[in-house]
Ligand binder design. Sequence first.
Ligand SMILES: [Fe+2]
Ligand SMILES: [Fe+2]
Length: 290
Amino acid sequence: MGEPIRHRDIKLEWPADTRAAWQSLKPEFSAACNGLSLGMPYGEPYVMAAVRGALGEIDDPHLVAEVHAYLEQEREHSRQHRRFNDIITAQHPALKRVEKWLARSYRFLQRRAGKRFAVAYAAGFEATAFAAARWMDNRRHELFRGADPEPATLFLWHLAEEVEHKTVAHDVWASVDGSRFRYVVAMAVCFTMLVWFIFLSTVVQLTAWRRVLNPVAWFRLWKWGLAFAFEVMPTMAITALRDHHPSQQADPSWMPMWLASYDPIANTIPNWDAPIDEYLPAHWSTARAG
Ligand SMILES: [Fe+2]
Ligand SMILES: [Fe+2]
């Protein structure tokens, strides 16, 4: 069993001059991440409702406790992304149209796709988030070097918690449904929506930044997109195999360690690029020295 799933009411200050292009060395990376962020207050409540709705069918008290902890984490993610999204949509009002489309899409799923599909979608959503976390963990230096600290913390903290709760939605789906076919379809829908809405939001922002015809921007987006697909799609495919359990997938190495340095009193976490000895928890340093 991994680390317990904890609620971290992280304190993120958003200065008045927060920029949508918060990664000035690679603005298109910020555009893609902002697109991801835009979908969170729509996608996460949908999966939360699915998992919460399945609670009545779960007998295992350990899983019930994990579900409650999972719901608290996801609620916090949505809340934090909504605050950030208000800032970026104020700067780019055209993104509000993407938000409306997101809202319509998830409303459609909520009304039409049914409860079983929603639980399978939740499991697929979480498998995708975990695969994305592994991808991002490996590339954090390339992607986040030079980025403004608050948005970098928002995305990395969120993904690190996705690693922490990677098994919960899967266990719920396995308890109440377990149809591999439904899981694969739901995960494909989830992945397609993710790519489509990130693409739309990126085009909106790059147009505003006069980079939409810039070949370097598209070269980078293709490079990341392909690298992402090559890592994430096999990782996702593995999750569809019979008898697969997310606990069999190795966690990324850095994120759990960084998350362990969260200060629950101040509700802060060191910057992702702080020297490791500055934030390594005391007992880990001691263990290493010993
Ligand atoms: Fe989340
Ligand atoms: Fe999640």
